[in-house]
Design a protein around this ligand. Structure first.
Ligand code: SF4
Length: 365
């Protein structure tokens, strides 16, 4: 069961309060280049990104946010470090959310002023604690630990509360997975603010996906988490794909294509690995939940095919195509990919398939 958090509005979404867990990513373009940033946001949106964060390192980047906000179809969050004036400018440019790092945003008075301006605009603030940039006094007393991360978050949250600001989201990210898990668990035991999950500096596409899946799945299993971002040193499109993969594996979202592929063995009749990758790529923009099985032979193939929306099962000289569990056609090897993709697109158009996972529906406010 998801932990009951207080709902916070972020653009069109209500985050927390039992609403769908939203998938977030961050652009890698120079924010000062609005056109390049918008192109990347559009690509991210096409693969299902629901919230996008952009870095705001200077006033020129902040000035670019107005143009980006006007044309972005997903809510825009400004990521601000060191200089609270960049956060103020981001608010003026109309962003949907702010992320500040309590370890480097400076004086209490600055945060109070930000809270006032954000409140006037109905913009939430994420207190984004990062183990790599904790306040010096906390590092001195508690070391780099889950406790220090929670103390840092608590400080900023209580300061925001003191000035009457409660549209708060919190994240407590570390590179170390057990530390991250502990930090979220300790914080969640005392506060009901929605939590944004992530493992920071998780790594490259492969290692980062593993670290993120390990950390996020434990937290999600305990009902913790209202938005997720998988941080990868890779194209952010991969972050979105992995994010959905994790949520799908935990039964919390079912958006997009899920490819079930057998692990392959000496009985293999078709190139499952290549075909699986090609199918994922060709159907990466499909929004509806669709399970596609790519199976190497008839040992487990027909069984998996019965459970999938569409499947191909390798056989002598080709494969059998299954649609909604029924064998429909025999395909030559060269035809498999094209026909599979064509049938998947046709099925999506024909059937009004909706996300059915328990967390997929918005809870009325
Ligand atoms: S489905 Fe066939 S090819 Fe694939 S792993 Fe199982 S036995 Fe091997």
């Amino acid at each position: 069961m998801p932990r009951k958090t207080r709902p916070v509005r972020l653009g069109p979404w209500i985050v927390g309060g039992g609403n769908p867990i939203r998938v977030q990513s961050m652009t890698t373009t120079d924010t000062r280049d609005a056109e390049a940033t918008l192109r990347q946001i559009e690509t991210l949106e096409r693969v299902g990104c629901e919230i996008v964060r952009v870095a705001v390192p200077d006033q020129e980047a902040a000035a670019s946010l107005g143009v980006i906000k006007k044309r972005s179809r997903i809510p825009l969050v400004a990521d601000v470090h060191f200089d609270f004036r960049l956060a103020l400018r981001s608010l003026e440019e109309g962003v949907d959310g702010l992320r500040i790092n309590p370890g480097n945003i400076g004086k209490r008075a600055n945060i109070a002023l930000l809270a006032k301006e954000a409140k006037a605009r109905g913009v939430p603030i994420r207190v984004g604690v990062n183990a790599g940039s904790l306040e010096k006094d906390l590092l001195a007393s508690l070391g780099m630990s889950a406790e220090a991360m929670v103390a840092s978050a608590k400080r900023s949250v209580e300061l925001l509360e003191d000035v009457g600001f409660t549209d708060i989201k919190v994240s407590l990210k570390a590179y170390d997975v057990p530390t991250t898990i502990r930090a979220y668990q300790i914080f969640a035991a005392s506060f009901d603010y929605p939590l944004h999950l992530g493992i920071t500096e998780a790594g490259t596409k492969f290692s980062g996906a593993i670290r993120s899946a390990c950390g996020l799945s434990v937290l999600l299993w305990h009902g913790i988490g209202d938005t997720v971002r998988v941080s990868l040193a890779s194209n952010p499109v991969e972050e979105v794909r992995v994010g959905y993969g994790i949520l799908r594996s935990m039964g919390l979202r079912s958006r997009g294509v899920e490819v079930v592929a057998c692990p392959t063995c000496g009985r293999l009749e078709i190139d499952v690995e290549e075909l699986g990758k090609q199918v994922e790529e060709a159907l990466s923009f499909v929004e509806q939940p669709l399970k596609i099985a790519v199976m190497g032979c008839t040992v487990n193939g027909p069984g998996e095919a019965r459970d999938a929306d569409i499947a191909v099962v390798g056989g002598k000289d080709g494969a059998v195509l299954y649609i909604q569990g029924k064998p429909m056609a025999k395909l030559q090897k060269a035809q498999i990919l094209e026909r599979l993709v064509q049938e998947a697109k046709a099925l999506v158009e024909r059937e009004n398939i909706e996300e059915k996972a328990p967390g997929a529906k918005e809870v009325p406010a």
